[in-house]
Ligand binder design. Structure first.
Ligand SMILES: Cc1ncc(COP(=O)(O)O)c(C=O)c1O
Length: 432
């Protein structure tokens, strides 16, 4: 059955769209944090459709909000007409963004959100120079690929922007990895000054950064790096764009937004993935004077439509009512502590990192620290065999990624942890 679907998939869909697993699976139903495939096998889901099923599957509050909207007969009106749910959601996001005098523009995807952020930043600053971070991923449009610092995920060399690259703050590899956290921040800030002086004309539009790099394997800099950078940027009037597509809405546990670990306020913030819990909803929020720097009509047919914003309001209300940020901190700690104590000391594990319910394990060959994507893949397949879906990532494909729904329970965390630890130990050939 699935084999036939796989053959049909391969016959009509492009080969550059990756499918997970040696034997790809079709997920046909879901409830809470569990999904079932077409063979009837059920899995605990620690990847949530790439951190997008943020509340989980088949959540009545979200389903009912969408059904209420469907029942009105209005699925779409276009933004030429007032959309009540859109205004309500924009009010909530503006208020929670931490950005003063905020405006919100809704799109359908994270790519479009970043594209919109780049549009307003470059217009506002009258410059097409951008600072981006090595090992980043920001999407698949030409501008978003142009600021993506990961060759495997940047499918074209064509670039409408002039981009200069900063260090990621990676604690495992790269030139600054040997330094202590404070030294690394100082070095990265010094590097920013040098990049500005040597690789730009000075009048740069913006710096864009993910607080925790998603596709990049959950690499994140020491807390405070963004503040160090922002001090320099402010001397030049350069804007700061926080790409919160993966880190937003309390996922990091300690904060509602990833940028808050750095004690800054960004000029622009982009969001996507989790806010729709699967419905296509994304956007950019920014200071009015920046976000309104658009000298012509800019219009998204589907952006912020009645269905997706009905879902978005229900997601945000659920998230706040159930304090899922606190849950991410509490349940994430079970996973992080459990992984560190069970496998953190293995020679093949370079780092267990991340925050809240955004956790990665980086695998290396024992000894030299060379990335080990083959081992990562064995762990990934073994976890699936054990009934757990995870993600993969990192510049070298050697990071296992966990981004479960923020509703994950303590029991589920323990259950998933046991599967993960078994998968890692068996794939690494460690006696159980
Ligand atoms: C940090 C980040 N920004 C932007 C994007 C692009 O979002 P989308 O795939 O919705 O266009 C992604 C997608 O994975 C992402 O992780």
């Amino acid at each position: 059955m699935t084999d036939d679907l796989l053959a049909r998939h391969r016959a009509v869909l492009p080969s550059w769209m990756p499918l997970y697993y040696a034997e790809p699976i079709e997920l046909v139903s879901g409830s809470g944090r569990r999904v079932t495939d077409a063979q009837g096998r059920s899995y605990l889901d620690f990847f949530g459709g790439v951190l997008t099923n943020m509340i989980g599957y088949d959540i009545p509050e979200i389903r009912e909000a969408v059904e209420r909207q469907l029942a009105t007969g209005i699925v779409h009106t276009s933004t030429l007409y007032l959309i009540r749910q859109q205004v309500e959601l924009a009010e909530k996001i503006a208020q929670r963004s931490g950005i003063p005098d905020a405006r919100v523009f809704f799109t359908n995807s994270g790519t479009e959100a970043n594209e919109a952020a780049l549009l307003v930043a470059t217009n506002h600053r009258r410059s097409h120079q951008i600072l981006a971070v090595r090992n980043s991923y920001h999407g698949r449009s030409f501008a978003a690929m142009g600021i993506t610092g990961n060759r495997a995920w940047s499918a074209s060399g064509l670039n409408p922007l002039q981009v200069a690259w900063l260090h990621s703050g990676d604690r495992v590899r790269g030139l600054l990895a040997r330094l202590s956290a404070d030294e690394q921040v100082d070095a990265a800030v010094e590097d920013l000054r040098e990049v500005l002086a040597t690789q730009t004309a000075g009048d740069v539009a913006a710096l864009i950064a993910e607080p925790i790099q998603g596709v990049g394997g959950f690499v994140h800099p020491p807390d405070g790096l963004f503040a160090g950078w922002k001090k320099v940027l402010d001397e030049h009037g350069i804007l700061f764009i926080a790409d919160e597509v993966q880190t937003g809405w309390g996922r990091t546990g300690e904060h509602f937004w990833g940028y808050q670990a750095h004690d800054i306020t960004p000029d622009l913030l982009t969001f996507a993935k989790g806010i729709g819990n699967g419905f296509a909803l994304a956007g950019v929020v920014g200071r009015a004077e920046v976000l309104q720097a658009v000298p012509a009509i800019s219009f998204s047919t589907f952006g912020g439509n009645p269905i997706s914003t009905a879902a978005g309001n229900a997601v945000l209300d659920y998230l706040i009512a159930h304090d899922l940020q606190a849950n991410a901190a509490r349940v994430g700690a079970i996973l992080a502590d459990g992984l560190r104590s069970a496998v953190g000391g293995l020679d093949c594990v370079a780092e267990v990192r991340g925050k809240g319910l955004m956790l990665g394990v980086e695998f290396v060959r024992p000894g030299g620290g060379e990335p080990d994507p083959a081992l990562t893949n064995r762990v990934f397949e073994a976890a699936r065999d054990g009934g757990l879906l995870t993600g993969k990532g990192g510049l070298y494909g050697n990071v296992l990624r966990m981004g479960p729904p923020l509703t994950l329970t303590e029991e589920e965390a323990h259950e998933g942890l046991a599967i993960l630890v078994d998968a890692i130990r068996s794939a690494a050939g460690v006696a159980q």
